[in-house]
Design a protein around this ligand. Structure first.
Ligand code: IMP
Length: 194
């Protein structure tokens, strides 16, 4: 079994992704490889940030690794919050961030938005990108309390519920991150022998 570093310290995220990756690769967190740095994320695109994180790890640890970067793009807000999703209001508080989006959207009829996720995988020195997105719209008010971030105000197209009103399994099946990870898993399966 090969080792693959997932640049996260979120055990929950790791377990979820490990289940999808299967037993060809043993995923490891940053902590597990002894990386306690605050990895810079200074890019202005999801691609740039994901790539920056993967390169940071690969250059220091010479280990195969992948990193993801994701966020919400609202069309009438010129695709904001985008790469600033985690701290759009100036704070990392999800409630403040989603309230700012709702405030900026007051009176707006056009409410289309999407979540995007980009993964940068560095495997044996070669970088590969995988992307997932889910189209939807920003609701007028919050719905549900499950999930995190902007989940309570994002209603995926074709559904009458927000991400917060779905089970995590239901959300993962259609989410930007779920799709991007699935694409990476297919790639890993295609390049590794059993
Ligand atoms: P990250 O790159 O996955 O850490 O995501 C950055 C930020 O985007 C998060 O802090 C959230 O505010 C937002 N975000 C990304 N994915 C989701 C999601 O699935 N639901 C809600 N918010 C999300």
């Amino acid at each position: 079994m090969q080792t693959l570093v997932f640049s996260t310290n979120n055990k929950h995220k790791l377990e979820e992704v490990q289940a999808l990756v299967g037993d060809k690769f043993q995923l490891m967190t940053l902590e597990e490889i002894g990386c306690f740095d605050d990895i810079p994320e200074t890019g202005i695109t999801f691609e740039a940030n994901a790539s920056q994180k993967s390169h940071y790890i690969y250059e220091r640890f010479q280990l195969n690794c992948f990193s993801d970067d994701s966020g919400l793009e609202v069309d009438v807000l010129n695709k904001e919050p985008g790469v600033f999703s985690a701290h759009y209001s100036g704070s990392r508080d999800s409630e403040e961030n989603l309230q700012l989006v709702l405030k900026k959207m007051e009176g707006k009829e056009e409410r289309s938005a999407r979540f995007r996720c980009v993964i940068s995988l560095i495997l044996n020195g070669q970088e590969h990108f995988f992307e997932g997105s889910v189209e939807g719209e920003i609701t007028q008010i919050k719905g549900g309390s499950a999930g995190f971030g902007y989940d309570p105000i994002f209603k995926p197209a074709g559904y009458d519920r927000t991400f917060s009103e779905m089970s995590s399994e239901e959300k993962n099946n259609i989410s930007h991150r779920g799709i991007a990870i699935q694409k990476m898993v297919e790639f890993l399966n295609s390049v590794t022998k059993d």
